[in-house]
Ligand binder design. Structure first.
Ligand SMILES: [Zn+2]
Length: 146
């Protein structure tokens, strides 16, 4: 049986924390005018839908699809890292700390809206479903690699 060291648990925690920050917190997104928008993935996808609201479904899918997939990839990577960390804690008999950023998102878009915004949008985009699917695929890959 493998012995889990505190250093391994700490490394897994740090990895999960960085990936959660990337998935759920504002990232700088360059704009056409050279400025940067500070925005989280979920708001970025939602904003794209708002900006392209008058376009037909096909155009929306073409333009937003890749963005949505990148958002899901970032969120899935974070969730997989969280699961790995929690699993190591279990094996090492340690109590896991939350690697998620505390409080609500403070990006440019989320700040304009109410606190339940990110959750509502996640539901609207059915992002949880995507995440579950991405997690399943990631787990399968890990099992194949292991
Ligand atoms: Zn946000």
């Amino acid at each position: 049986m493998n012995i889990i060291t505190p250093a391994q648990i700490m490394a897994a925690y740090n990895n999960a924390k960085v990936l959660c920050e990337q998935a759920y917190r504002a990232q700088p997104v360059p704009q056409k005018d050279g400025s940067f928008l500070s925005i989280c993935w979920i708001s970025r996808v939602d904003r794209a839908y708002t900006l392209l609201a008058d376009k037909d479904k096909e155009t929306q899918e073409k333009l937003i699809g890749p963005l949505e997939r990148d958002a899901v990839k970032a969120i899935a990577a974070a969730e997989v890292a969280v699961m790995e960390y929690v699993e190591l804690c279990k094996q090492g008999e340690r109590k896991p700390q939350s690697p998620y950023p505390p409080g609500i998102c403070d990006c440019d878009e989320c700040r304009k809206k109410d606190q339940s915004f990110a959750i509502a949008i996640a539901k609207k985009l059915n992002i949880q479903e995507y995440v579950k699917q991405a997690k399943r695929e990631a787990l399968q890959e890990m099992q194949v690699a292991a």
